[in-house]
Design a binder for this molecule. Sequence first.
Ligand code: ZN
Length: 351
Amino acid sequence: MEMTIISDDMRDFIEGLPKAELHVHLEGTLGPETVLKLAARNGLDYPFKTVKDVENALNNRTVGLVSFLDLHYLFVSVIKTREDFYEVTYEFLRTCRENNVVYVEIKFDPQFHTERGISFYDMIQGIDEGRKDGYKDFGVEANLIMCINRERTVESAWEMMEQAYPYRHLITGLGLDSYEKDNPPSKYTEVYMKARKQGYRVTAHCDVDQEDSVEHIWECIDLLKTDRIDHGVNSIEDPELVKELIKRDITLTACPTWRSPYPEPRDLERIRKMYDMGLKVTLNTDDPAEFTSGYMNQTLIGAVEGSGYTKEDLLSFMRNAFEGSWLPQESKDRYIKALNDYAVSRIRRLH
Ligand SMILES: [Zn+2]
């Protein structure tokens, strides 16, 4: 792949761009220092003692989803208390501010926490207080998406829905993530039907290059009736599917991330193709602390360097993100107006 180094002007444009992110996991925002701090605070007998240990573990993963998730869950296991959830959420919103992300939808994995003895109450209160204080102190607005860990049992997902019920006013959406092999979206058709009835917006991961990925995307839109797909990069293999995704105005939250020791941004060419085919695609960081691509500014810089996106392209991606978000229409309009004002101030003339 041909990589170009972007100009200072483009870097400046990216940094100043008001951004929205729709695909980021709270549990993927723990930097090495946070992992070690929480492990020590919670008195855990933890395999990593130094930042170097954590970095080595990150660098020694093999390619693929399974190796990624195995280490991911080891990091996440340091989160134990309401205070931990508060701190991780608050600190993530600080990082959003630094990246000029003005709106973010944060995913989290309740089952992984409740199975470790943490109450749903402590988890959701910590996250919610963190996001409220984050909004107050950094001006970053956040909504929450609870995700089903798809490799668990359907009963466990029902249990999660029940635990979440008293707090559903704090949770905007339902998602589906984790080990995809042998866990197709159709496993959760009924859970999704109920979730939609309870007022949740719905999305689901169709991770990159998983077995039957195209079929999984069809299941999401036909059975789960999601209005978004997380990743969904393999959709471009099926022209009928592409047509349908465009017709139904489905937003696909792509992640042009990369990780050491595989230096090239993942999927850049296919994401570019999605965009060129007219799919409503957005750019996201997924698990920013665990990818070399990092947080939003760096991820966008990588995407521009690898795919040659113009300023207009970046504005389209952000427009897609605000439009595809689960904000009320008047908030979308306000954010898109701010985006357009930024465009006019930086480009002067919009086409
Ligand atoms: Zn994800």
